[in-house]
Design a protein around this ligand. Structure first.
Ligand code: SF4
Ligand code: SF4
Ligand code: SF4
Length: 335
């Protein structure tokens, strides 16, 4: 069996996905037996030109993490696509936009104003902004363009497989290793577009599911406001848990730490827009009485008790959702 060539690159990312490969622990030795790393700038001294100089299609598998926000990241995505036979969207940022995707609630101007002018700790009376070009040792340097919208990887280039998680859990990374092994051995691989994780929702794996006695959430509380019972469904305790709207595959990491699911594994195949579905579902069950018995104002008040709806329901999936980005920003785009 000949070794396959593996590349890993990151774009708008926190670095967690890049180092998560090391969560393989001893299994990383198995990976090194079947694959040679030919590009991984975060871990070794690779330069962009190393990948640019490789022939198109000469890398067997590319793992790409992070969102596409700048012109440089878009070029990196296209570079990985052209060099890699199989491209894997690695982690929730690349798959769905992830937490950086919440920036789609604003736009470039809104973000720059906040960062360079409006934060309480910023002193910038002349409203200076990063200069798109500057001189260094006689060379003109140009900043990458900061685009208005955060994109998931498949919004920028064609993607073969999706590996969700923030970052992907060890079991899911092993799925990627198995995929790499199958490619190396010339075996059959899943069809393009496959998400390398189970198809059912997290609730089905959750031991707390049997504790669910009511279909109502009488009072919404945040996790730090109560001492959550570790054997009872979070929804039963009034804590919003995205388990019903989230793909299984993490092994219930947050639940084991007595924290609700935030939805980092993204939607199941039947959910078009998990954030909207969760908002709709929770909106109809919050409050002590059924929605049929509430006036419009009462219903608004009960739903208003859900803190930070965008951050709660779209924490990892806003660019992947039907909403994609805020309408205000969208309308501004259109002038
Ligand atoms: S998916 Fe999570 S761990 Fe990976 S780059 Fe994004 S924020 Fe970081
Ligand atoms: S809502 Fe959360 S706590 Fe309740 S069963 Fe589903 S995953 Fe478990
Ligand atoms: S419990 Fe939810 S938020 Fe936590 S790791 Fe699993 S899918 Fe992600």
């Amino acid at each position: 069996m000949s070794k396959i060539k593996l590349a890993m690159n990151w774009a708008g990312a926190c670095g967690g996905c890049d180092v998560s490969l090391l969560d393989l622990e001893d299994k990383i030795l198995e990976l090194s037996e079947i694959a040679d790393v030919v590009y991984w700038p975060a871990a070794m001294d690779y330069k962009r030109r190393d990948l640019q100089e490789a022939p198109d299609g000469s890398v067997d598998v590319g793992l790409f993490n992070g969102v596409v926000r700048t012109s440089e990241q878009a070029e990196d995505a296209e570079l990985m696509r052209s060099k890699c036979r199989v491209l894997v969207s690695y982690g929730s940022c690349a798959c769905f936009g992830g937490i950086p995707g919440l920036a789609n609630l604003s736009d470039r101007e809104g973000i720059f104003s906040l960062v360079y002018r409006d934060t309480p700790s910023t002193l910038n009376e002349e409203d200076n902004r990063p200069s798109p070009q500057w001189q260094d040792n006689g060379h003109t340097l140009t900043l990458p363009e900061f685009e208005d919208t955060v994109r998931a990887l498949h919004h920028a280039v064609r993607v073969d497989y999706f590996l969700p998680g923030c970052p992907p859990s060890r079991e899911r990374i092993l799925d990627a290793v198995n995929l790499i092994a199958a490619l190396a051995g010339g075996e059959d691989t899943p069809p393009a577009g496959t998400v390398l994780a189970p198809e059912h929702a997290l609730c089905r794996d959750c031991e707390r599911i049997d504790s669910k006695k009511s279909d109502r959430i009488p009072r919404v509380v945040r996790p730090h406001e109560i001492r959550a019972d570790s054997g009872t469904c979070f929804l039963e305790q009034g804590i919003i848990c995205m388990g019903p709207f989230t793909r299984s595959g993490c092994g219930g990491l947050c639940l084991a730490a007595n924290q609700p699911c935030r939805g980092c594994f993204g939607p199941t195949p039947t959910q078009l827009d998990p954030g909207a579905e969760a908002l709709s579902a929770f909106g109809s069950v919050v409050g002590p009485r059924g929605e049929d018995f509430l006036t419009r104002a009462e219903m608004k008040r009960e739903v208003g008790r859900i803190p930070d709806p965008a951050g709660t329901f779209y924490r990892f999936t806003l660019p992947h959702s039907v909403l994609y980005r805020s309408f205000a920003a969208e309308n501004k785009d259109r002038g």
